[in-house]
Design a protein around this ligand. Structure first.
Ligand code: AMP
Length: 172
């Protein structure tokens, strides 16, 4: 199935110069959405995954659906001050300024085998921070699955030690 043709490119959103990759056009194609989830399910079923971690907010759509289909726990990573109980947190650099993300401190157990899921890998900053949270809880990142990888940003170089799997690779 040609998934890349279902991603809508929106120029200059949310600010000038950004080519926003809109996944809602894929989500409204039920067969394509199922294809994404089933492809990952087939890949990850033999890998003895204990939990799926997804990042706010589009990582929730793909991560939670995959967790449901694999009957696995789903753990949300959220922007600061959104989670109600005790959290671990990490602050990372953005192009301008910083961002902080959090996870409940009891969300994972030490040595849990974790799959991280997000919609898109750009610079890899969000993924690197999420890996940091998972490791703070003593769990292990087995792989990161993303629907879209912006290959020209070379996030893989930055995240050398983390196996990354993408279904769609896009250039500039
Ligand atoms: P990064 O931390 O640079 O890898 O950015 C990844 C996060 O930002 C993901 O959660 C994406 O949802 C979002 N993101 C970054 N760039 C884009 C883009 N061009 N189109 C859509 N989402 C993006």
């Amino acid at each position: 199935m040609d998934l890349s043709s279902l991603i809508r490119n929106v120029p200059d959103f949310p600010k000038p110069g950004i080519q926003f990759k809109d996944i809602t056009t894929l989500l409204k194609d039920g067969k394509a959405f199922r294809c994404v989830i089933d492809t990952w399910k087939e890949r990850y079923e033999p890998m003895r995954i204990d939990a799926i971690v997804g990042m706010e907010s589009r990582g929730f759509i793909f991560g939670a659906t995959l967790a449901y289909s694999m009957t696995l726990p789903f753990v949300p990573v959220r922007k600061k001050h959104k989670l109600p109980a005790k959290t671990v947190s990490i602050t990372y650099d953005l192009e301008y300024g910083t961002d902080t993300i959090e996870m409940h401190e009891d969300a994972l157990k030490p040595r849990d085998r974790v799959l991280i899921v997000d919609d898109l890998l750009a610079t890899g900053g969000t993924l690197a921070a999420t890996v940091g949270l998972v490791r703070q809880l003593g769990a292990e990142v087995v792989e990161a699955a993303v629907l879209i990888e912006l290959s020209f940003l070379e996030a893989r170089k930055r995240l050398e030690a983390i196996p990354i799997h993408s279904l769609i690779q896009m250039g500039e």
